[in-house]
Every structure is written in structure tokens, then in C-alpha cells.
Design a protein around this ligand. Structure first.
Ligand code: UN1
Length: 499
């Protein structure tokens, strides 16, 4: 029996106006149906935006500490349901269970952090340049926000976007990726149970073309937060300009780990395995370029090959699995195409093929893959593959290293393994990225510091931490003159210079 799920609109669960549905399947086993979901369209988005608009006055008018208390309850509920959510995530999205638990934990962390912000939401107070005048800036909510989320962090990323939006007093319409609607539905069921009022959070499932575009175009949606492919980000940004929306984009990466000649190679190897093959390489922060000093290249590649050969592919629910499936068959085809491009451009060290033996044949698996002697300008060293493929690029000096690190269009996370403190600090100054790591892989950003990248990775905004509050609130500068007379700013002032 297949369960049919519905959209959440104004606190009620409703099918798409058209009645159409689509199916979510498990990437580890195509025979396992996760559920049927509404294949919604613009009419459903209109409904959801109207519901969010109706809920806005009461929610934005509620004292922020009270909104924080609701988020605190939500955090506790997510923690109580962590195991159930993690299992669902592994079934629907494929990442191994320990990583799914990390994904849910990230949502719990953001919920607690933003719950605490309910009692802060700090503004700015400054002395006025005039006597008997008070000056401050406060945060104001913006309105209805549109949240469009990817499948690779099906609970963490919706939480990253939604909880700061809510604590600032906004209401939301969310669209999950078509590969992970069940995670979103279960997540918002728990939000409702935690006491989020009807209409404050709405969910419309369906395709980017039908649902995503309708959210982006809607005149009553004031803000869009999107994580996904760079081309989609550019399209969203262009469409959203017509209604002057504020847009935050978290897009691609081609993240390097630099392994210097003095690096602790054991530590570097552990970190490379985790950063390149964790989540089957499907993180924006995944390491896809391994920039290795010539002096240690052969040793490093030899040991990397041995480690990769031992990785166990399989269903993420099984204890022995190291690497789960990729998201779907289209992803397998795309990665296979890059692997064949790689064979022409570089030397294949290991992997390079879809994995179809035994039970793997029922799902979408790709062998963990390493190329070496990759030129910095090769396509596999430039384009985001979003799969378990790492390219080793040998280098010989620091200047060349900086050039290679920065010689891609993206700039999300960068990492350097060295014991040289001077190089460590230089990497932080010179590597172009929004996240810089030393003796740590490229993944594993924590939710209370700004997250995001430079160059084609985004459009200058940051997620989570304090930065998220800036994105989801409007500054209002406030002046209160208690002098009882006209005081003209910049004119009726006496400067020390003028005596
Ligand atoms: C992403 O891949 O889009 O730092 C987010 C990390 C995680 C988040 C990744 N905390 O890898």
C-alpha cells in the first residue's frame, strides 16, 4: 500500500488543485516506494502564499521571545524524533544513517540557536550627533518568504532557512526537492505539533518549473532563499528581479583539499575519504579536487587507492555501509559521463563505473572514483560533478597552489593540510572561499557561523548564524528627538574644528 501525502496550506493538508501526483522512490532500491505527493502548480502556490499572508500579522506581531519558545519546543520534538527522521531520510535520500543523524542534528542545532535569538535579535543603538536625540536601528520582519530546498540535506537546509525566517517574524512557503518530499512533510508535521500556528509554514510539493517558478514570480512573496544548481540560481535571480525580491543563493562548489609536503598524511587521508565520499560526494562542500604536493603525491595516491578500495557501497540503513547510493539514475548517468571525460583527460586510479553488482543493481550506485595527473583546467577539475569523484592535481610550489585553488569559478570551502603555521594563515588570506579549513576536510561547517561562498557559489549572502538574521529581516533606523525644537541633522551641529 502506497501512502499518499498532501500539501500543507493554512494548517490543512490538501491535494494539488489538479489532483495530480508524483512518486518518491528510494535511491537504494527502486522497488521501494516512499510515497505519492501532490504534483502541484501555480494555483496551489497562490493558495499557500495567501495562507502565509493571512498568518503574517499575528505571527509578526507575536513578541519574538514567544516565537522563540515555540521554536524551542520544535527543537525538542525534532530531538525526540531524531531517529525516526534519520531513518526516513536514509530511505528517501540514501545517505548512510550516521550522516542522516548528523543532518537532523544540524536542524536541531539551528532550532535551538534561533530559539535563543528570540530573546536577542540585537539591533544597534548609537549616540546621536545632536543633543536630546535618541538613535537606534531595529530588525523588522519582511513578509512572506519563499524557501526552495535541495535533496542533499533534506532536513538541515529547510531548517537553516526556515528557523531564522520565523524568528524574525516572517511566514513561509516551502518547496522541497522532488526527490525528498517525504522528509519535508514529516519535518513540518513535527513543526505543527510543536505549536507553529496554522499558515505560518506552508509546503507545496512539485516540480521547479511548476511550483518553484510560481513562488519566485509571486508578487506577494518578498524573499527567496534557494540552495541548488548554479544555473537554476541564475534563473531564479533573474526572474525574482522583476518583483524586486531579496534573493539568497547557495550554489555550486569545486572545493579543494591541499595536501602539503609536511602534512600528516594519515589525518589527510581520513579527511579526504570523509570529504570526497561522505554523502556520496553530494555535498556543496564536498572535496572534489585534491591538490597534492609532488613530494608526497605517489605515496598519497597509493594509500588513497588502498583506502578507497575498502569502501563498502550499499544501502545506508545497513551497519557495514560506508557509501550510499547517489540520488537517482539521472545522477548515475551524469557522473558516468564525467568519468568517461576523465579517462580522456587524466589517469584513472580507481572506480569510474556505475556499481551494479548484486543488490546494488536495484538502486543508483556509483563506484568511489579517483583520477590523478589531472590538469587544473581539465573539465573534471573545473565542473561540479556532485558525485563520488575526486581529482588529484599535483603541484610543486605555493604560488602554483594558490593559482590552482583559485582557478575555478566557485568558492565555497577550501582546506589545507600542513604543519607550517605561516602557510596555514596564508591559505586563509589567499584561498578564495567563504569557508576556510586548516587540518580539517572541506565539509562539516557548524550552524552558528556564517555559511556560504564567494564567486559563482552565491550572490553574497550567508546562511545560519547571525548572518541569517540580516537576510531575513529589514533594518529600520529610528530617531526620537526629545529636544522639543527643530534640530537639523548635519546642519545644526557644532564641530570641534569650527571652535
Ligand atoms: C551543503 O552541502 O549544501 O558543512 C551543506 C557541511 C554541512 C552542510 C553542507 N554542514 O558540509
Amino acid at each position: 500500500m502506497t501512502t499518499t501525502y498532501q500539501n500543507l496550506i493554512g494548517g490543512e493538508w490538501k491535494p494539488a488543485a489538479s489532483g495530480a501526483t508524483f512518486t518518491s522512490l528510494s535511491p537504494a532500491n527502486r522497488d521501494e516506494v516512499i510515497g505519492e505527493f501532490p504534483a502541484s502548480g501555480p494555483a496551489d502556490v497562490d493558495d499557500a502564499v495567501a495562507a502565509a499572508g493571512r498568518a503574517y500579522p499575528a505571527w509578526s506581531g507575536m513578541p519574538a521571545p514567544k516565537r522563540g519558545e515555540i521554536l524551542f519546543r520544535v527543537a525538542r520534538l525534532l530531538a525526540e524524533h531524531k531517529e525516526e527522521l534519520s531513518q526516513l531520510m536514509t530511505r528517501e535520500m540514501g545517505k548512510v544513517l550516521s550522516e542522516a543523524r548528523g543532518d537532523v542534528q544540524e536542524a536541531i542545532d539551528v532550532a535551538y540557536y534561533m530559539a535563543g535569538e528570540g530573546r536577542r535579535l540585537f539591533g544597534q543603538t548609537v549616540p546621536s550627533e545632536m543633543p536630546d536625540k535618541f538613535a537606534m536601528a531595529i530588525r523588522r520582519p519582511i513578509g512572506v518568504v519563499g524557501i526552495i530546498t535541495p535533496w542533499n540535506f533534506p532536513i538541515a537546509i529547510p531548517a537553516w532557512k526556515l528557523f531564522p525566517a520565523l524568528i524574525c517574524g516572517n511566514t513561509a512557503v516551502m518547496k522541497p526537492a522532488s526527490d525528498t518530499p517525504a522528509c519535508m512533510v514529516r519535518f513540518v508535521e513535527l513543526l505543527m505539533e510543536g505549536g507553529i500556528p496554522a499558515g505560518v509554514v506552508n509546503v507545496v510539493t512539485g516540480s521547479g518549473g511548476e511550483v518553484g517558478n510560481a513562488i519566485v514570480d509571486h508578487p506577494d512573496v518578498r524573499v527567496i532563499s534557494f540552495t541548488g544548481h548554479t544555473d537554476t540560481g541564475v534563473e531564479i535571480s533573474t526572474r525574482a528581479a522583476k518583483t524586486l525580491k531579496r534573493v539568497s543563493l547557495e550554489l555550486g562548489g569545486k572545493n579543494p583539499i591541499v595536501i602539503w609536503e609536511d602534512a600528516d598524511l594519515d589525518l589527510a587521508l581520513d579527511s579526504v575519504i570523509w570529504s570526497a565520499f561522505g554523502t556520496s560526494g553530494q555535498r556543496c562542500t564536498a572535496a572534489s579536487r585534491l591538490i597534492v604536493h609532488r613530494a608526497v603525491h605517489d605515496d598519497f595516491v597509493h594509500r588513497l587507492r588502498q583506502r578507497v578500495a575498502k569502501l563498502v557501497l550499499g544501502d545506508g540503513l545497513l551497519e557495514e555501509t560506508d557509501v550510499g547510493p547517489v540520488i537517482n539514475e539521472r545522477a548515475v548517468e551524469r557522473i558516468a559521463e564525467y568519468a568517461s571525460i576523465g579517462r580522456d583527460e587524466a589517469d584513472l586510479v580507481i572506480g569510474g563505473e556505475p556499481a551494479r553488482e548484486g543488490a546494488l543493481g536495484r538502486g543508483s550506485f556509483f563506484q568511489p572514483t579517483v583520477f590523478t595527473e589531472v590538469r587544473p583546467d581539465a573539465r573534471i577539475a573545473q565542473e561540479e560533478i556532485f558525485g563520488p569523484v575526486a581529482s588529484v592535481i599535483p603541484v610543486s610550489d605555493w604560488e602554483e597552489t594558490v593559482r590552482v585553488v583559485n582557478g575555478v569559478k566557485y568558492g565555497l570551502s577550501t582546506s589545507l593540510f600542513t604543519n607550517d603555521i605561516n602557510l596555514a594563515f596564508r591559505s586563509i588570506r589567499d584561498f578564495e572561499s567563504g569557508l576556510g579549513y586548516v587540518n580539517h576536510g572541506t565539509i562539516g561547517a557548524e550552524a552558528h557561523l556564517p555559511f556560504g561562498g564567494v564567486k559563482a557559489t552565491g550572490n553574497g549572502h550567508r546562511e545560519v548564524g547571525q548572518a541569517a538574521l540580516d537576510f531575513f529581516s529589514e533594518w529600520k533606523s529610528v530617531y526620537i528627538d526629545y529636544s522639543g525644537k527643530l534640530q537639523r541633522a548635519q546642519i545644526d551641529t557644532t564641530f570641534v574644528d569650527e571652535g
